[in-house]
Design a binder for this molecule. Structure first.
Ligand code: KG4
Ligand code: ZN
Length: 347
């Protein structure tokens, strides 16, 4: 079974092709990603209109490159999948329309993929993780703890009350002058810093429930920066990066710990703690979660970094998981700016 997947919901234009031989063995046949880093850099963040136009410019070439990389044609596909939400609507429309057009001309079934579902299912491609599992989804737009019980079967255990964790990394990076995108730059700057140097709050930590909050942390960084002489001393920047990363790693491990406790109370036994989304690339966060999973006696599963950040392979894989259950969609499926995972069951 061969499925092509298209991703255009944020600032990466990406196409992936995944194969599954029916033996449970899955293979990545193509993975091409064009980042829009240069287009958005002057603005310090993603500009939706620029993103949509850049997707439009790049998508045809990426589809051609993915087919060439896999050495296949559209006729070899069993289905065409595309992200149909949630995300920046102009970009989502570009990918969804491209996917539908390819499905129409090739006569192949179309699968409308929820971007969050694709992040949620990636660990099944890379590590064959069985349902149910606990998923911590941490990206630039989302911060959620989910119980994944099957394809399309997601229960949200907790979410952020304000900013997403990736947004907190990105905004804090801007405040200390590290630039965009912030997460990887904070991780790099943190290498030489002292994680105990800056006294930062840990919002929601120790509280009942599994929700998150990051706006107070961002404000604390802003106040600390304002109290410093300008330009900022590189030692301060390194210490702040290390302290912020440490605070976030502690918060995420605490909230995921609450989720384990809640599942225990509900009599549910997850097979693993899985992490997904761009922030999952962070190694301090990964080590905090590895320790937590060990205390609950389950493996910690983190897909390779290139598959944690936005990519077309995860869309192809989610499309394949749906397609083999007979879940396909009409070409009238509308792109959605908002599409919570909890609404997947009512699709
Ligand atoms: O999943 P993703 O590629 O895009 C969506 O938001 O859907 O996630 C991007 C986010 C950005 O906020 C970026 O700063 C963050 O992931 N990120 C990181 C790291 N790499 C990417 N945050 C912390 N540490 C990293 N190494
Ligand atoms: Zn994403």
């Amino acid at each position: 079974m061969l499925v092509l997947g298209i991703e255009t919901s944020c600032d990466e234009t990406a196409v992936g092709i995944v194969q599954e031989a029916g033996t449970g063995e899955a293979r990545i046949r193509a993975n091409v990603v064009a980042t829009q880093f240069e287009e958005h850099k002057p603005y310090g963040g993603v500009v939706p209109e620029i993103a949509a136009r850049a997707h439009l410019d790049k998508i045809d070439d990426l589809v051609r490159r993915a087919l060439a990389e896999a050495g296949v044609t559209l006729d070899d596909m069993d289905a065409i999948a595309a992200t149909c939400g949630p995300g920046l609507i102009g970009g989502v429309m570009v990918g969804a329309m491209t996917g539908k057009a390819l499905a129409a001309v090739s006569g192949k079934p179309f699968v409308a993929v929820n971007h969050l579902e694709a992040h949620a299912l990636t660990a099944r491609l890379t590590n064959d993780v069985p349902f149910p599992y606990l998923l911590l989804l941490v990206s630039g737009g989302h911060t959620q703890l989910l119980l994944v019980e099957g394809v399309g079967d997601y229960t949200c255990l907790g979410t952020t009350l304000d900013d997403a964790v990736g947004e907190c990394f990105d905004k804090a990076a801007k405040l200390v002058g590290l630039g965009y995108p912030g997460g990887p730059l904070v991780e790099k700057a943190a290498v030489g810093g002292n994680p105990a140097a800056c006294d930062l709050p840990r919002p929601m930590m120790g509280r009942a429930g599994c929700d998150f909050s990051f706006s107070g942390l961002k404000t604390a960084v802003r106040l600390a920066v304002m109290a410093q002489p300008q330009p900022l001393d590189p030692t301060f920047v390194a210490d702040m990066a290390a302290s912020l990363q440490h605070a976030i790693a502690e918060i995420l491990a605490d909230r995921a710990g609450q989720a384990f406790k809640q599942l225990e109370r509900d009599g549910k036994k997850p097979s693993a703690l899985v992490v997904g989304g761009g922030v999952a690339a962070n190694s301090a966060i990964r080590s905090g979660l590895t320790a937590l999973a060990a205390t609950y006696g389950v493996p910690f599963v983190a897909p390779p970094v290139a598959l944690c950040t936005d990519n077309g392979v995860m869309i192809a894989w989610a499309g394949l998981e749906r397609f083999r259950l007979g879940l396909t969609d009409g070409l009238d499926f509308k792109a959605r700016p908002r599409w919570p995972l909890a609404e997947m069951k009512e699709r």
